[in-house]
Design a protein around this ligand. Structure first.
Ligand code: SAH
Length: 201
């Protein structure tokens, strides 16, 4: 998976590659899909949600430049896979999931696998996780119509956020947001297809 799907497409950050090799992806997919866990595609994880394609997880990880000592926020826990990849690199990962069943099962899975530096909250990630802010990096894994202002607020100066922006069920654009002393810079990267960023009522 790492050699043919990830390195072959240009991912070269050693920390990212190491983390992608270390996390057992088959632990994060439903039992009936274990045989397909390492294939080059997203897979369903229930509740209409998906675990992202391995390459996309690696691409998003590399782009936020995760390093030892950092604190990262993820919005859209899903299976917990992206959180586990980040947790292999940084000191602590805070991840927010809006569907309580998915949040609770991801939390149990991460605990069982020994990822004790990941904390999961069930909430609307639009508001980030203010109690632990500011974050060195923010990774959003559901497609939003616009960049939620609370997330920009909770990003450190010098920090990076990666977020798919666009309409649900259509091709979206992965955007890199960099918060600098001079302001917020955004850059459009590649076309992607993520499940929608939903809001609690
Ligand atoms: N990172 C996940 C991918 C999950 S798919 C993984 O590695 O498996 C995106 C997830 O975002 C879904 O589980 C969906 O329920 C969740 N989501 C959508 N809108 C959200 C919101 N406003 N706050 C938190 N999570 C949200």
């Amino acid at each position: 998976m790492v050699k043919n799907q990830i390195q072959a497409r240009g991912i070269s950050d050693p920390a990212t590659l190491e983390a992608m090799r270390a996390v057992a992806r088959h632990e994060f997919v439903p039992e009936e899909l274990v045989a397909r866990a390492y294939q080059d595609s997203p897979l369903p994880i229930g509740f209409g949600q998906t675990i992202s394609q391995p390459y996309i997880v690696a691409y998003m990880t590399e782009l936020v430049s995760p390093r030892i000592g950092q604190k990262v926020l993820e919005i859209g826990t899903g299976s917990g896979y992206q959180a586990a990849v980040l947790a292999r690199i940084v000191d602590s990962v805070f991840t927010v999931e809006i569907i309580s069943e998915l949040g609770h099962s991801a939390a149990a899975r991460l605990t069982r696998l020994g990822y004790d530096n990941v904390a999961v909250a069930v909430a609307d990630g639009y508001f980030g996780w203010d109690a632990h802010a500011p974050y060195d990096a923010i990774v959003v894994t559901a497609a939003a119509e616009f960049i939620p202002p609370p997330l920009v607020e909770q990003l450190k100066t010098g920090g990076k956020m990666i977020i798919p922006i666009g309409s649900p069920f259509r091709v979206q654009t992965l955007m890199l947001v960099e918060k600098t002393a001079a302001g917020v810079k955004t850059r459009s990267l590649i076309p992607v297809r993520f499940v929608p960023f939903t809001r609690s009522e």
